[in-house]
Design a protein around this ligand. Sequence first.
Ligand code: GDG
Length: 471
Amino acid sequence: MKRPRRLVAVSNRAGPVKGAAAAGGLAVGLVGALREYGGLWFGWSGRVAAPGKTRLHSEKIEGLTLATLDLTQKDFDGYYNGLANGCLWPLLHFRMDLTHFEREHLDAYRRVNDQFARQLGRLLRPDDLVWVHDFHLFPLAAELRRRGARQKIGFFLHTPFPPTEILSTLPQHDWIVRSLFAYDLIGFQTKPDLARFHDHIRRAAGGRVQGGVVSAFGREVQTGAFPIGIDVEEFHRFAFTASGEREFHRMRKALAGRDQIIGVDRLDYSKGLLRRVAAFGRYLEANPQAHGQVIFLQVAPVSRGMITSYREFRHELERAAAHINGRFGRFDWTPVHYLNRALPRRTLAGLHRASRIALVTPVRDGMNLVAKEYVAAQDPADPGVLILSRFAGAAQQMGAALLVNPFDGEEMALALHQARAMPLEERRNRHARLMRCLHEYDVKRWRDEFVAALSATRARRTGAGAAIGTA
Ligand code: GDG
């Protein structure tokens, strides 16, 4: 494959580059791609500054350039907490009930995308390939084109794409969808997400779909499914060397022969944590012989703590865990262990390795990298069992896991029973099949296929984006 001169990745938050291994899935995948293609990473600096004092920071780190922009408090509140996390995130996860739209938030969202485009536009070279990530930046290409950008610009949505009936409840959704047509390529996690986008374009925007090419609003855009993966060897190595190995032995010692069920998720309502804790309670209720023999460890670092629905959710989860511990616990056995902070990535790998079962049961998820990390961290000779929600994008590839409906507590409790009783041969067999799919769809394939598809799109003669319209 012919290499592009330079890859420019844009995401809401850019950096850190060095600690990327500690930051989780997306950052690791992106930094890998940028190192490979020698690129620029652009996004918010993570800093809030007074109006007139926001700055563009630029530094070269390990062969790539990191360019970041500060935001004012007002823009941060409206764009990030307001529109992105308070409105788009729940909607994209099919949660109309939690979606909160305010016109001022949309204005801030437009303002920040406009600022990003203004600053980024100055840094772009004519033959750059630009890869924009996630729902925070839907209108970025339209804003860049308005300023005359003619580079190839691709967009990847990390979340699910909702059904047209849900998307249509969002005020101004037509403006957002129309703005997507300023991209040359739009990538989704799975084929069902892609199909829902196509369906929306046909039914709500009067457009046409031919193969992967979608036409609407007098434009054409290429679309495809590009399932994100992980660096399988690296995560496996984390679990079997240095601190990962140490944590594994510490954990096994602490477990003293008990089975550990693990969950690792940002503290987010989409991850199905309350239903998961309740299912574990149901399992204990139905299986008194398991009392004292099994522990459920949930690692749930706080995320988006500024938003009311997230704070309330955290309290509910704490109550649910305490309820099970109060009801079933003994002085020498606490059934639910709940850590409300982030752990180093290597520690996580060791904990995964030490866990007999992973319970990955989001009510809706774009892909879910934790499911893949758990599988990669297992010992192939004596692997644990993955219980995975049918509503995670990962379930499209990981059919060898025990697939469950996260809304069905009884089914989840039965899956826990089945996983604990599963014979070694079946565990090995399922694990080998899961590893094959992890290798087939790893992070390198994700980025190479996306970049190749973007490179292959037709060059445009004008940057015209003015026709994209205004909200
Ligand atoms: C979005 C989409 C899609 C978690 N706790 C800790 C920690 N993590 C790491 C995990 C994993 C990453 O964060 C989470 O990735 P997920 O894929 O599970 O979920 P989201 O954060 O919601 O990501 C999702 C993803 O984008 C990529 O496209 O799969 O569907 O929602 O890597 O290991 N990392 C560390 N400490 C923790 O406590 N270091």
